[in-house]
Design a protein around this ligand. Structure first.
Ligand code: COA
Length: 259
């Protein structure tokens, strides 16, 4: 299958999905999100695919977030629909019965951090940077980030990262438990393949059992994902959201008024 914004290649049972919008630092527009869903669905149904790597095109960015240009002019309802679409796509990664590893090769911000967190494992290159900077735009995370970041690093640090919009580097992400490994950029895919080789030698059914059971631990908290959709949507009615997104697109600092 060919995609507009993804490159896909299967080698030795490993499907590599590369988000391919390098001019926009691989920002996730709606088309890309829906293509990710399609690629994951196709991989689930393809017996030749045993494991999946998701990475970004170019040396600088995994994914620098949802595509901010597409936020302009959205209503509250459209905002909620966007969050639901992103959450559903990322949930399809999390519930994929085959192991999915994020090879985080640079910026993993906003939707990029959320995409990496939807994968079962994360390997980061030394230049990777993680963050949830949506508040800079008068927004909150909407693709599961308010929920999954807590799952990985706990409420204390997750609340700080969401509220300050601070970026953390790969070593900090490792210390916090957000990533499994940090490696030099030129060893990123090799490290993912090394992990996959280990997993591939086990029973695929047992691996699916691990994925389902690990996911089940968090499923009582599913209400939080709905709260995120509501709160993400509400942001679209605020002056601050209009100011935040305009400021980013006009390459200036936002001046928030609380309206
Ligand atoms: N949505 C849309 N476009 C984006 C984007 C996003 N999330 N992130 C980067 N881009 C675009 C920029 O607008 C720019 O496009 P242009 O060349 O047409 O002007 C291009 O990608 C390169 O980005 P630039 O900002 O020039 O690169 P940089 O190295 O100076 O800064 C970042 C890199 C990641 C710090 C910066 O791009 C950034 O802050 N991005 C937004 C991150 C964010 O808020 N994500 C959450 C969104 S909900």
């Amino acid at each position: 299958m060919t995609y507009e914004n993804l490159l896909t290649a299967t080698d030795n049972g490993v499907l590599t999905i590369t988000i391919n919008r390098p001019d926009k630092l691989n920002a996730l527009n709606k088309k890309t999100v829906s293509e990710i869903s399609e690629a994951i669905k196709a991989a689930k149904d393809n017996a030749d695919v045993k494991a999946i790597i998701i990475t970004g095109s170019g040396p600088k960015s995994f994914v620098a977030g949802a595509d901010i240009a597409e936020f302009v002019g959205l209503s509250v309802e459209q905002g909620k629909a966007l969050a639901k679409m992103g959450q559903d796509a990322f949930r399809s990664i999390e519930t994929c019965p085959k192991p999915v590893i994020a090879a985080v090769n640079g910026f993993a911000l906003g939707g990029g951090c959320e995409l990496s967190m939807a994968c079962h494992l994360r390997v980061a290159s030394e230049n990777a940077k993680f963050g949830q900077p949506e508040v800079n735009l008068g927004l909150i995370a909407g693709y599961g980030g308010t929920q999954r970041l807590i799952q990985y690093i706990g409420k204390t640090k997750a609340a700080e990262l969401h509220m300050t919009a601070d970026m953390i580097n790969a070593e900090q992400a490792l210390t916090l438990g957000l990533v499994n490994y940090v490696v030099p950029a030129d060893q990123l895919i090799a490290k993912c393949l090394e992990i996959i080789e280990k997993i591939k030698s086990k029973s695929p059914k047992a691996i699916t059992g691990v994925i389902n059971s690990v996911n089940a631990y968090f499923e009582n908290g599913m209400d939080g994902f709905n709260a995120e959709i509501e709160e993400f949507g509400k942001c679209f009615a605020t002056e601050d959201f209009k100011e935040g997104t305009s400021a980013f697109l006009e390459k200036r600092k936002a001046n928030f008024t609380g309206k």
